[in-house]
Design a protein around this ligand. Structure first.
Ligand code: HEC
Length: 100
């Protein structure tokens, strides 16, 4: 039981301890997690939807911006892209580009 609380303390304190410098990494991971349902965990797609992992950030941000502006044909990505600020889309694109 003591161990459990010790672990709990680590988990709850660690994010604050490491917040400096890694805050945007965590934000990026959280934002990118919203894409996992369709694009696979960490962007490793297993179905028909395109994989995002390892794609150059510039490509991904370009596509996302086109979706957001309605310039790229889509069934669902228009709505999804509109739900994020440009800054958030950049974080997401960088995050997926960094995945193997
Ligand atoms: C509900 C399912 C779903 C979710 C959630 C989703 N996507 Fe998509 N995504 C699609 C589909 C389907 C397409 C193909 C275009 C279309 O029909 O909208 C696509 C296409 C894309 C493409 C273009 C791929 C290519 O190479 O042509 C990118 C980039 C993309 N999505 C990024 C994202 C990102 C980033 C997120 C999370 C913020 C996300 N998607 C969330 C379903 C989804």
């Amino acid at each position: 039981m003591k161990l459990f609380f010790a672990l709990l303390l680590c988990v709850s304190v660690a994010p604050n301890v490491f917040a400096h410098g890694s805050g945007s990494d965590r934000l990026a991971r959280n934002l990118a997690a919203t894409c996992a349902n369709c694009h696979g965990t960490e962007g490793h797609s297993v179905g028909k939807v395109a994989a995002l992992a390892g794609k150059p950030a510039q490509d991904t941000i370009g596509k996302l911006t086109e979706f957001k502006e309605g310039k790229r044909p889509a069934t669902i990505m228009h709505q999804i892209a509109k739900g994020f600020t440009d800054e958030q889309l950049r974080l997401i694109a960088d995050y997926f580009a960094a995945q193997k």
